[in-house]
Design a protein around this ligand. Sequence first.
Ligand code: PLP
Length: 397
Amino acid sequence: MTEEFASRVSITSKSGLNAIYPSHDPEMISFTGGFPDASLFPTKELGDSFQNVISGKQTPFQYQIGEESEPLRNQISQLLAADGTQVDASKIMVTQGAQQGLDLVAKLLINKGDGLVVEGPTYIGALAAFDAYEPTYYTVGMEEDGMNLVDLKKILIQQHVKLIYTIPDFQNPTGTVMSLAKRKQLVELANRYDVLLLEDAPYRWLRYEGESLPTLKSLDTQDRVIQLGSFSKILAPALRLGWLTAGNDLFERLQELKGGSDLETSSLMIQTVDYYLTHYDLNEHLGKLQKSYQVKRNAMMNAMERYLPDFAHYTKPQGGFFTWLTVPEDLDLEKVQNNQLKPSFHVMMIPSTNLFPDKTHRNGARISFSNVTLSQIDLGIQRLSNGLSSGYQKRSV
Ligand SMILES: Cc1ncc(COP(=O)(O)O)c(C=O)c1O
């Protein structure tokens, strides 16, 4: 049989998303995936929550269409309110991870060729989701305090843009936080140029130092911000639970699209997380995560300062899972990784190539510190430094 795949397949299969999954080399130290530290999962508490849901009066194994999520939506609404974002529970949709939110929003808004602004670099999985809808991408560079709004404004003046995708808190992959001034300006620009904003915030509650800044959603007065959240990084990714909030019209359409995509999010998971949030203290758990990831972040910063060659620069994240490495433009980190780092130095990261829509950016890489031990951080950065130095010498060969 001749297989005639839709045109989107050839685009999405080039996303490079498989690069975030673990390597089979037993010696490998991998700084690739944005995986949480498995030793920090609240395993006992989640197990207890599952047990209680399963042995409850009503079976959790039936379809629950429309009925299942209200208690959890109320809980999410309270968590958001405690963080300064007021959203009515009726405008919260429980999704299968934030990833489903990315897909649904693109499905809702993007026809082939429609203008979509992304940060450069951005989350690889967002590009994988968006690619399927064949947008025209406009990439806005990242600065220490978030995306370059001067460049964004030029794009908004010259092009028709439907949606701006941003990760304001501990951006994936750079680890940077958008400043308050930029948050305000971005919402103003969206108002002025009549564009929707997609705020993706899965790392927001993993801050290790400094003051939390208001969400774009909380600064929005025109229902322009669709916000995504997730339990993946703060409880466990295998729950596949996240949430989406949006204004009236968008929300209803998104709900219809979600039905066509999966009928409903697993009510077993929804009830379990609702039980967990009712009976355990999420803030206490977040406190543990913050302390533990802060130690890893510090170890990463110390190792980078100690071992990295002078030509390498890196960001100093105040939260989240990532730091961003930049080397001189003539050093292609994908080549260095494939030819030297992986086979000879047994260390991996995510080179920048697939983190930009046009895939031409070569001299950056995302380094994740969340799912490695302190000794792996130290040894891995020594290996990386040796590999980079040898790659730097060989760059023109
Ligand atoms: C910025 C960003 N958005 C969304 C996701 C998807 O997360 P989830 O597991 O909630 O689908 C991730 C996961 O790494 C992410 O980093």
